[in-house]
Design a protein around this ligand. Sequence first.
Ligand SMILES: NC(=O)c1ccc[n+]([C@@H]2O[C@H](COP(=O)([O-])OP(=O)(O)OC[C@H]3O[C@@H](n4cnc5c(N)ncnc54)[C@H](O)[C@@H]3O)[C@@H](O)[C@H]2O)c1
Length: 109
Amino acid sequence: MKNTSIGIIGLGYVGLPLAVAFASKYEVIGFDINEKRIKELNKGFDSTNELTPEQLNKVIGSSLKLTTVLEDLSECTTFIVTVPTPVTSSKSPDLTPVIKATESVASSS
Ligand SMILES: NC(=O)c1ccc[n+]([C@@H]2O[C@H](COP(=O)([O-])OP(=O)(O)OC[C@H]3O[C@@H](n4cnc5c(N)ncnc54)[C@H](O)[C@@H]3O)[C@@H](O)[C@H]2O)c1
């Protein structure tokens, strides 16, 4: 497992802390479609207030790479999808974000 590179798709309330936790043991690529979010995180600022700048800066640039570039996921061997899973007005699951995210993973490899 030492060479495992984990791709985390969607860096919100769930994905970002997960990415940072895994980065203490593994190489992690965190991917999000929100460029503003990635820019802020790469500067050590988490607008969700889940993580401090110290927690982010400890791993960013070493074991954790945060990106909007799909191709950066190509070396990952394991993927975790943490995008939103809303429900429609009729209370059915709206799987559009999950489908888009998994299509991204498929096209990156
Ligand atoms: N937040 C919670 O407390 C909580 C608790 C339990 C379960 N969950 C579940 O965890 C999942 C994620 O929730 P969250 O609160 O972290 O969501 P969030 O809205 O905080 O974050 C989702 C992130 O995914 C990104 N995203 C959307 N589409 C994408 C795509 N196609 N490719 C890459 N990134 C994409 C968004 O830009 C955003 O940064 C959901 O299924 C949610 O129901 C959340």
